[in-house]
Write a protein that binds this ligand. Structure first.
Ligand code: COA
Ligand code: ZN
Length: 466
């Protein structure tokens, strides 16, 4: 049973995720069918409006993936991508997608060198294929490829033709990422005014790093759908990224799109399946997005995080932090020491900061190193604040007549046990325990010793973890 589609509700802007189509056009990237299904499911759970699942005519496994995704009953509209070719459209229709998207290059460059047709012929081809797709009982989007380099009067004719032939949405593609925000806004305003009624999508490539800015400008100019991929992957330099667009729509226009708390998980998943790891300074999802460094910044953030953060990390389920190195200041070090449960005098603090600056060179300071320095400066012994959890490893010897896996399973079910490993050597099982205190630890170890088949145990407390 297919549920009601999110696009049946009117929204200020829809997000069209094309990680599985445009994203798979990234050099070096090929998803398995299972990976595609998992990504699509996570996108749907996050609340995406449309998923461009693939171009079924390209390869059998793409067709299979599109068909599978279309059958899941997702709330997202599922789109099949096609050339203006009947065979492509038939294949997409067979996959039972909700919407068929037909693309056709509309700049003179594309007409002359790719399609080798006149403008007149192009209009006929567009009308014919949009109607053909429409006759399959699906929604139709027409994508004007290279729209940003097309003659504006011809582009308006194209949009009118596609709309009148049955495409309720027309995507204007900035195929080579050549727009500026001002041009993008003007383009969308012009087309929207010339063809009232049509809903416009922006598909913005990132060749000059402008994809997100151009997408937002197009939205301001009247676009009601923005194409994105997780992590911004895609042909060449990719397109606007889902995480940046979703957060920017919230920050700039207070528009809710997907569940922003799901962004990190989606980004990590796509990093894993593409093997393309984002740099630490990547917007929104990069490791450093909420990690401050310079003393002046950290002091500001400690007084009020808004001084150096455009939006709170909690909005996307993240937390803030700061690093200590030669750029540090007293307030940063003091706050870090307080977090570690260590009090120092003003004089000691000054000395600690001076030594950090003298000795940092190219490194930054881990908490353990900082505490060693505190001991050196103050002459007092400082201990790491007792950990929130007490961790222990229990080495278990089993009786030889009982199946080790059966014992391991029973141990794994004991509350407080976090991991159980069957191992070779003198002991048979290693158990990892995490508990509140010593008393609870004793109880867990006692319970392990009572498990049938456990001959003896040997317990080690974890003191420090790197
Ligand atoms: N509508 C109709 N025809 C189009 C088109 C469009 N939007 N865009 C390109 N074409 C035509 C070209 O004119 C050319 O036709 P020709 O062979 O008659 O000259 C052909 O498609 C592209 O050349 P080629 O790739 O050599 O053709 P092919 O028949 O071997 O393969 C695909 C076609 C689509 C199956 C293959 O290119 C493919 O797998 N592509 C991946 C998907 C893709 O390119 N997507 C682009 C998304 S923007
Ligand atoms: Zn593209």
């Amino acid at each position: 049973m297919s549920r009601q589609k999110r696009t049946s509700v009117r929204k200020p802007v829809y997000l069209v995720d094309t990680t599985l189509r445009e994203g798979e056009q990234t050099p070096g990237v090929s998803f398995t069918i299972d990976q595609k299904l998992e990504i699509a499911r996570k996108l749907d759970e996050a609340g995406i409006d449309m998923i461009e699942a693939g171009h079924p005519a390209v390869a059998p496994d793409i067709e299979k993936a599109v068909r599978l995704i279309a059958r899941q009953g997702f709330e997202a509209e599922i789109i099949g991508h096609c050339r203006a070719v009947k065979h492509d459209i038939e294949k997409a229709a067979e996959c039972e997608v909700d919407r068929i998207a037909i693309f056709y290059g509309v700049s003179d460059l594309h007409l002359k060198y790719k399609h080798k047709v006149s403008r007149e012929e192009a209009l006929n081809i567009i009308a014919e294929h949009v109607s053909f797709a429409k006759s399959h009982g699906v929604k139709v989007r027409f994508t004007a490829e290279d729209a940003s380099r097309a003659d504006i009067d011809f582009l308006i004719q194209v949009v009118k033709t596609a709309y009148e032939a049955g495409a309720d949405r027309v995507s204007l593609a900035d195929t080579v990422g050549i727009l500026t925000p001002f041009k993008a806004k003007t383009l969308f305003e012009t087309v929207k005014k010339a063809v009232p009624g049509v809903e416009l999508d922006i598909h913005a490539h990132n060749d000059l790093g402008m994809a997100v800015a151009n997408s937002l400008a197009a939205f301001e100019g009247g676009a009601s759908a923005i194409h994105v991929t997780v992590n911004g992957i895609g042909e060449r330099c990719g397109i606007a990224s889902l995480q940046e667009i979703a957060v920017a729509l919230k920050v700039h226009y207070n528009i809710d799109t997907i569940d922003l708390k799901k962004i990190m998980e989606l980004s990590k998943l796509v990093e894993k399946y593409t093997g393309i790891v984002l740099p630490p300074h990547a917007p929104v999802v990069g490791d450093n997005a909420f990690t401050h460094k310079a003393g002046v910044h950290v002091a500001g953030v400690l007084a009020n995080p808004q001084t150096y953060e455009p939006y709170p990390p909690e909005m996307i389920g993240r937390t803030r932090d700061w690093v200590i190195d030669k750029y540090t200041g007293k307030k940063a070090v003091k706050a870090r020491l307080e977090r570690l449960g260590v009090q120092v005098s003003e004089e000691e603090l000054e000395q600690i900061v001076r030594k950090i600056k003298e000795r940092s060179g190219t490194r930054s300071w881990r908490d353990e190193d900082l505490l060693e320095l505190v001991e050196e400066v103050t002459g007092r012994r400082v201990l790491l604040r007792p950990p929130e959890k007490l961790e222990a490893l229990v080495w278990v010897k089993c009786e030889s007549n009982i199946y080790t896996t059966a014992i391991a399973r029973r141990i794994a079910a004991i509350p407080g046990v976090v991991e159980v490993m069957e191992v070779t050597g003198e002991y048979d099982i290693i158990v990892k325990i995490a508990v509140k205190d010593q008393q609870e630890l004793n109880n867990v170890v006692e319970t392990i010793r009572e498990v049938k088949g456990v001959q003896s145990t040997h317990t080690q407390l974890v003191l420090k973890k790197m």
